[in-house]
Design a protein around this ligand. Structure first.
Ligand code: NAD
Length: 488
């Protein structure tokens, strides 16, 4: 059973669950019905100090643990995650609101990172070259960094934390996780299961809170590396503050992902992909396609079918209605913010093609619901195109050719995903070559890389050098030592 022993979420420090010394807390909601299901303590510097000290003390022993034994913890963890897979997904749905199918998909993606971490002995292998000069050999090995910190957003309560700590720990580091204050419950369960996998005390620690907790981690002299995922302004702040304090940083930010539709695209397949990308997880996804650029007559070929299909989506309480196809937004405040963007789009001249604001969910009238919304004939100067909305709102721009579409996309300032729908190989090649984004989809609506590839945002979507996941993830959590040997 999950460790929710009181309403206030516990911390996990040095292998023990216990209370925070914070005097303030924030509510955690079940967004499906608006009820408060827990409270997140807003940890201050003293809680962070305890967690970092525990991680620091555990580091030498864990770093000396053979990689194969560290891998065995990960194998046991995979087994426990599989055993509790459905419960974890239900917890994600309960505190975030995405559908159970979406929650399961995200937990699966997280488990894949743990599976990747099971291969750590091979992933950590170095390089060597004999006889670089007469009688001299050279080799490069990888060693862990020390205490690493992870700071995560609300939209993937299981997957994003799992992008970080399994690989960091498998590499021989110790870890302090600070999940989003909006969704702390899944993180508690993930840490509990990791402990059950017989990870030594102090290797994994969990704290809670917001800015104060984050800033204490970013400036703590014993924290060697920071992994961050969240919005662009906070990612920039994290990168600047932590690098100023001498830390290695990977900070993934927000996004504005363009989906360009050529007039030769297959309409039915394109509509399918657009729905998943723009409205999946109620648009609360850093890979969500939030701008569709319709080239020539593509808009008229695709948009009516898109609207007719999307209008049928069942919006409802994902925690109790298995037929719900789209869930609520995470909080009332976020719902109001997204509605504010729809108002801004209309006042700046976009056309309302599908209005989700009047959605009614009689089974859960206090949930934070917004139906799928489409704003047509937007332009690149509008707020709805410049800002990340992070809700089920698709804005449509119309252009005459692929050049203009790529130019609009590259002007966004972000660079997470960019997608092209076409049956032309020439257009696909042109797009991949010229588009300024790190994750490209060709007839794929959500080109999210799997665990063995880097999650490869560019521009304002990423600050740092080494991305999360894949070999870059291993490189991020280790440093190289090069040795030259002469034995006479
Ligand atoms: P957020 O930036 O508000 O919060 C992220 C984390 O930073 C949380 O743990 C929060 O407590 C902390 N935080 C918030 N404000 C802070 C501040 N002023 N100083 C220090 N720490 C602060 O993001 P969110 O609303 O939780 O998540 C949504 C955002 O995350 C979206 O912008 C989305 O695109 C982005 N995201 C990006 C990726 C990616 O891979 N690029 C993946 C998932 C989500």
């Amino acid at each position: 059973m999950p460790t929710i022993r009181s309403e206030l979420c516990p911390l996990f420090v040095d292998g023990e669950w216990g209370p925070s010394s914070a005097s303030t807390s924030e509510p955690v909601y079940n967004p499906s019905d608006g009820t408060v299901i827990a409270r997140t303590p807003l940890c201050g510097a003293d809680d962070i100090e305890r967690a970092v000290k525990a991680a620091e003390a555990a580091f030498p022993g864990w770093a000396e643990t053979p990689p194969v034994d560290r891998a065995r913890v990960m194998f046991r963890y995979v087994h426990l995650l599989e055993t509790h897979f459905d419960d974890l997904a239900r917890l994600v749905t309960r505190e975030h609101g995405k559908t159970l199918a979406e929650a399961k998909g995200s937990v699966r993606r997280g488990i894949e990172v743990v599976e990747f971490a099971c291969g750590i002995p091979s992933l950590l292998m170095g390089e060597s070259l004999e006889q670089i000069a007469p009688g001299i050999d050279c080799d490069a090995i990888r060693q862990p960094l020390g205490v690493c910190a992870g700071i995560t957003p609300f939209n993937f309560p299981a997957m994003v934390p799992m992008w970080m700590f399994p690989l960091a720990i498998a590499c021989g580091n110790t870890f302090v996780l600070k999940p989003s204050e909006k969704v702390p419950l899944t993180a508690i369960r993930l840490v509990e299961l990791l402990h059950e996998a017989r990870l030594p005390p102090g290797v994994m620690n969990l704290v809670h809170g917001g800015r104060e907790a984050v800033d204490a981690l970013l400036t703590h002299p014993s924290v060697k590396a920071v992994s961050f995922v969240g919005s662009t302004p906070v990612a920039r702040h994290v990168y600047q503050t932590a690098t100023t304090h001498g830390k290695r940083v990977q900070a993934a930010g927000g996004a504005k992902n363009y989906m360009i539709i050529m007039s030769d695209a297959n309409p039915a397949a394109t509509v399918d992909a657009l729905i998943g990308s723009a409205f999946g997880c109620a648009g609360e996804r850093c890979m969500a396609g939030s701008v569709a650029v319709a080239v020539q007559d593509a808009g008229d070929r695709v948009l009516p079918l898109l609207r007719d299909t999307v209008a049928q989506l069942r919006v409802g309480p994902t925690d109790r209605d298995p037929a719900a196809q789209m869930g609520p937004l995470v909080t009332q405040q976020h719902l109001e913010r997204v509605k504010g963007y729809i108002d801004a789009g209309l006042s700046e001249g976009a056309e309302l093609f599908l209005d989700g604001r009047d959605v009614r969910v009689p089974a859960a009238p206090n949930g934070f619901y917004l139906g799928p919304t489409i704003l047509d004939r937007a332009s690149t100067q509008m707020t709805i195109i410049r800002d990340e909305i992070f809700g089920p709102v698709l804005s449509v721009i119309r252009t005459d050719d692929l050049d203009a579409a790529i130019e609009a996309c590259n002007g966004s300032g972000y660079g997470n995903a960019a997608v092209l729908f076409t049956t032309s190989g020439r257009a696909a090649r042109e797009f991949r070559h010229r588009v300024s984004a790190g994750m490209v989809g060709i007839n794929v609506g959500v080109p999210a890389p799997m665990a063995f590839f880097p999650f490869s945002g560019w521009n304002g979507s990423f600050f740092g050098d080494l991305h999360i996941q894949g070999r870059e993830g291993v490189w991020f959590y280790t440093r190289q030592k090069v040795t030259m040997s002469r034995w006479g």
